[in-house]
Design a protein around this ligand. Sequence first.
Ligand code: AP5
Length: 222
Amino acid sequence: MANTRLVLVGPPGAGKGTQAKVICARLGIPQISTGDMLRAAKAAGKLPQELVKQMAAGGLVPDEVVLGLVDQRVTEPDAKPGFLLDGFPRTTPQATGLDDVLAKNGVKLDLVVAIDVPKDLLVERAVLRRTDKRTGQIYHLKYNPPPASVAEADLEHRPDDQEAVVAKRIDVYEAMTAELLPFYEKRGKLKRVSGVGTVDEVTQRVLAALEITSQEGQAERA
Ligand code: AP5
């Protein structure tokens, strides 16, 4: 199967995590989210306080920290057939670092899909997001509310999902993609899709960008 070493790029709240879960289940590849890895490190008390503060304020953590996480993760057995990187790379040094990591393992990146969503929708999506701490399932209080069986205490409201911090994260994203997207465009690896619409509508656009047919993936798992 083609196109299984993938990157999803998009501003905060664009739906990267939501789409990544669907695409990964479909293709049988792991989702590698640097945001999730950093939050897991924080929960385990392994993230230095300085980085905890940077994340809570909406800034990026240093390139070498995330590159170290990805370098290790992509060599794990489940990532051999492919992987979907969610939220990484975010800077051109991360993108060149990723190329080096993959070259070391004798593979190349297939495609980068950027999900575009206007700013006003992003803020609403991020501020009303809640994540089930036990399962990682992402909900939205307006568009996809959690079922009554999920206790409120199990729903996480991320500290960086306060409105002012989301606005800062969007600014950081815009500054960083000014370089990152042209980097992949020049290499013929970038496809852009609109992230406006229902989750299913966006999934169809992402699958089309990945040139995955409606049967592909599903048929392989059947
Ligand atoms: P990270 O966790 O990567 O956050 P992000 O990129 O800001 O993205 P989000 O998780 O906010 O949004 P998403 O696009 O995944 O949207 P979701 O699917 O949840 O990074 C967090 C922090 O970690 C960074 O700020 C930085 O500090 C650090 N970090 C991480 N990676 C780094 C790196 N590479 N370099 C340096 N620092 C790094 O959806 C959002 C909401 O919308 C949900 O409620 C969902 O239900 C809803 N929704 C989704 N799609 C739709 C739809 N189509 N219609 C209606 N609602 C929808």
